[in-house]
Design a binder for this molecule. Structure first.
Ligand SMILES: C[S@@+](CC[C@H](N)C(=O)[O-])C[C@H]1O[C@@H](n2cnc3c(N)ncnc32)[C@H](O)[C@@H]1O
Length: 215
C-alpha cells in the first residue's frame, strides 16, 4: 500500500473539514487523527467505531471529517463534557459502556457495513487483543490503536514490541519518520510551528502514536 499517496490524496479534505482543531487534554494529535481519517477514507468505510472518548478530542476530529457517515463512540466512563462538546454533530452516537462487550455486538449488528475501529481505551496489550478480535471480522478493514509509542523513560514498551511482531503484513505506525516530517505541522500551535514537545527521548519517537492493522 502506498501510504504517502493515501495521505497526499486526503490532506486537502482533512484541512478543509477538520483544521484548525484544538488538541484536547488526553486527546490524540491532529496528525494522528489525520492518519486515521485518511486511511479509513481510502478503504471506503461507512461506519466508524471509536473506543475511548474522554473529553471528546478524537470524536470531534472523526465527526468533522466523516460528516456523512455514522460514528459510534464508546466510553466506560462517559463524561458530560464529551456529551456537550459533541452535541453539535448529527452523526455521532455516544455509548456509555465497556467496549469489550459493546464492540462485538455492534460488529454483529452491522455485518453489511465496512468498518474502521479506533481504540484509545482500553490501552496497551488489552487494546491490541481487542483490536485483533475486531480485525478477525472480514468487514473490519482498519484498526487504529493509540499510545503505541516505543519506550517510556528509556524502557521499551511491551505493547509496541507485540504490535511490531503481529503477523499482519499491512501495517502503519504514525511515528514513521516520513509521515512525521510531512504532517507534524498539523500539530502546530497558533504560530504554525509544530510542537517540539511531541518529539521526546522518553517515548523514543513522535507523539503518543497510532498503530494500524490493515486489510
Ligand atoms: C485517553 S482517553 C481517550 C481520549 C480520546 N480518544 C481523545 O483523543 O480525545 C481514554 C478513555 O478510554 C476509556 N476506556 C478505558 N477502557 C475502556 C473500555 N474497556 N471501554 C470503553 N472505554 C474505555 C476511559 O474511560 C477514558 O475516557
Amino acid at each position: 500500500m502506498d501510504f504517502q499517496k493515501v495521505f497526499d490524496d486526503h490532506i486537502q479534505k482533512f484541512n478543509d473539514r477538520v483544521m484548525p482543531n484544538r488538541k484536547l487534554s488526553r486527546g490524540i494529535l491532529n496528525s494522528e487523527g489525520f492518519a486515521f481519517c485518511s486511511i479509513s477514507d481510502h478503504y471506503g468505510v461507512d461506519l466508524i467505531i471509536e473506543s475511548g472518548v474522554c473529553n471528546g478530542g478524537s470524536t470531534t476530529i472523526l465527526c468533522k471529517y466523516f460528516n456523512d457517515i455514522p460514528i459510534v463512540s464508546i466510553d466506560s466512563e462517559l463524561k458530560t463534557e464529551a456529551v456537550v462538546r459533541t452535541s453539535i454533530f448529527h452523526n455521532v452516537t455516544l455509548i456509555n459502556g465497556d467496549s469489550h462487550e459493546m464492540i462485538p455486538q455492534i460488529l454483529d449488528a452491522f455485518k453489511d457495513s465496512t468498518i474502521a475501529v479506533l481504540i484509545d481505551g482500553p490501552k496497551s496489550i488489552n487494546a491490541i487483543t481487542l483490536g485483533k478480535k475486531c480485525f478477525d471480522h472480514s468487514h473490519v478493514k482498519v484498526i487504529g490503536i493509540h499510545d503505541l509509542f516505543k519506550s517510556l523513560y528509556g524502557k521499551i514498551k511491551q505493547d509496541r514490541v507485540m504490535f511490531d511482531k503481529l503477523d499482519i503484513p499491512n501495517r502503519f505506525i504514525t511515528d514513521n519518520p516520513e509521515f512525521v516530517s510531512t504532517f507534524k505541522y498539523l500539530d502546530g500551535d497558533d504560530t504554525g510551528g509544530y510542537h517540539p514537545k511531541y518529539f521526546t527521548k522518553e517515548i523514543g519517537g513522535y507523539g503518543p502514536t497510532i498503530g494500524f492493522m490493515l486489510k
